[in-house]
Each structure stands twice: as C-alpha cells, then as structure tokens.
Design a protein around this ligand. Structure first.
Ligand SMILES: NC(=O)c1ccc[n+]([C@@H]2O[C@H](COP(=O)([O-])OP(=O)(O)OC[C@H]3O[C@@H](n4cnc5c(N)ncnc54)[C@H](OP(=O)(O)O)[C@@H]3O)[C@@H](O)[C@H]2O)c1
Length: 246
C-alpha cells in the first residue's frame, strides 16, 4: 500500500521504518524540509518528502503530530484521496500542548480530531509509549505479545489499521467505535501499560472518564520530574509508573 505519514517524531519515524520493512511504499514528512528527517526513519526504504506531497495518491494517511498541531495539518488530510484510510496517533497533554477548551475532561479526543479532518478517522498507536513501541515489537504468535487498541467507526478502515498494527509488531485489538475511544486516552488503565489481547478487555472496562485527566497530569508531572533529574526514562519505568497511577 502507499502510505503517507505526517509527523516524523518518536512515533512517526518508527512507523515509517516498520511499515517500509513490511513492504509498503512509505512517504514521511515533518513541518520542515525533508532533509531534516532523521535518517534512521528512512533506513528501511521510506522516502522523506515535503508535507505538501505526503498524502498525494495515498491509500493510507497516518497523522502523528502533537494534538495542538492537528488544526495545522487538517488541510493536508482533507486533501488526501477520498478513499484513503485516515489513522491518527495523537493524545492530548495539557502540560505539553497547552489548554484546548474543546478537550476539557470527558471529551473524546479522536472525535475532535476527526471533526478537523472532516472524515472518518481511526485511532491507533496512541496507547503505547514511544519506548515500548521501539523496544517491544514481536512476531505474531509470540507469547505475551503487547496489544494495541484500535478504535474507529468504519469497519474497512479499522481492518486496514489493524493489519498495519500487526505489521508493526503488536497484536491489534478492536476497541470499538470512535466515541468509545476515550477508554484508551491518557490516564486510563489501558493507556501505555503494555497489556496483552487477553488483558485489554478488562483494563478498557475499568476506565473512569472522571479520573483520567487528573491521573494523566500526575503521570506526566512525574515523568518530567524524573527525566529533568536523570535523563530519559525507560520503557519499563513508564509502564510501571502508568500501571501504578492509572
Ligand atoms: N511519544 C510517545 O510516547 C507517544 C506515544 C503514542 C502516541 N503519541 C502521540 O502521537 C503524536 C506524535 O507523538 P511524537 O512523540 O512522535 O511527537 P514528536 O516527537 O513531538 O513529533 C511530532 C512531529 O509532528 C511534526 N509536525 C508538527 N506540525 C506539523 C505540520 N504542520 N506539518 C507536518 N508535520 C508537523 C513535527 O515536525 P517538526 O519536527 O518539523 O516540528 C514532528 O516531526 C502525539 O499526538 C503524541 O501524543 C506519542
């Protein structure tokens, strides 16, 4: 498939590597010149392009930008071919993204995102840390394989997203519709806690929308404090912290 990735940060770069390695024709763009994209992201064949070109002819567009940048990339997404599957990885972090009134506690982040894109969007790869995404990919059938929840309203688009999740090294888990996707937002028990397919239904069920915003902010404050003092935190630290707080 022809895949365009908007955003070449921690998640977008790994997506480009994995999906190219799986045989897809991948183009990736950031907000600047293609030369600024990390060579590692291109190491398995992905092409660095300008953002204005990245959705051209795409079968799938994956958006992996901070939520505050979603309105900036909306025009690009809207310009994608009508049949293109749109997948979004974003999460809202007020401490990082600033206050977005429409995303006060209880809002379904991906509905806000889909509204900007003006088309159905699938939520995927949002609930695994960049660290686990890099380090914990395994082959299908591996015991204890980490699962990634996929939410969306269009069955065909969701099926495409689930196949791609599998190809990036994780068990795809159908987490239902986009309105239900608040159960995989920051601060919920399923969020960045590296559960398996067998465990996910239970943890998604435990989500409490009235507490997730506060828990998200507690966890991010702890990560900021630790990383300012000791440098980048590990995948294991993040999973233990999130499991304790969420
Ligand atoms: N990091 C994680 O652990 C993690 C895990 C799961 C999901 N997520 C979510 O996934 C999203 C991406 O996360 P990340 O950690 O990969 O972010 P990141 O490292 O900050 O990268 C963001 C990327 O978006 C690009 N971008 C911003 N505005 C753009 C525009 N107008 N046009 C094209 N590209 C643009 C940036 O380009 P420039 O470099 O040119 O500014 C950068 O390449 C976020 O919403 C995040 O919450 C993150």
């Amino acid at each position: 498939m022809k895949i365009g990735i908007i955003g070449a940060g921690a998640i977008g770069a790994t997506l480009a590597q994995r999906l190219s390695a799986a045989g897809h024709d991948v183009a990736i763009a950031n907000s600047r010149h293609p030369d600024t994209i990390d060579r590692e992201a291109l190491s398995t064949g992905a092409r660095a392009v300008h953002a204005s070109e990245v959705t051209s002819g795409a079968d799938v567009v994956i958006v992996s930008v901070n939520m505050s940048n979603v309105p900036d990339v909306a025009t690009l997404v809207r310009a994608a071919p009508e049949a293109a599957v749109i997948i979004d990885t974003s999460n809202y972090y007020p401490l990082r993204d600033g206050h977005i009134p429409a995303l006060d506690d209880g809002q379904v982040e991906s509905l806000w995102v889909a509204e900007h894109y003006g088309r159905p969007a699938v939520k995927a790869w949002n609930m695994i840390t960049a660290q686990s995404f890099t380090e914990r990919a395994t082959a299908p059938g591996t015991a204890g394989r980490v699962a990634i929840a996929v939410a969306g309203d269009d069955a065909t688009s969701k099926e495409v997203a689930m196949t791609l999740v599998d190809q990036t090294g994780f068990d795809p888990f159908d987490a239902g519709s986009l309105p239900e996707s608040w159960r995989q937002q920051p601060g919920t028990p399923a969020y960045c806690t590296d559960h398996t397919t067998a465990e996910l239904p239970g943890v998604l069920n435990k989500a409490d929308a009235t507490r997730s915003g506060r828990r998200r902010d507690l966890a991010i404050a702890a990560v900021i404090e630790r990383s300012e003092a000791e440098g980048p935190v590990s995948a294991d630290y993040l999973v233990r912290l999130n499991r304790a707080i969420y």
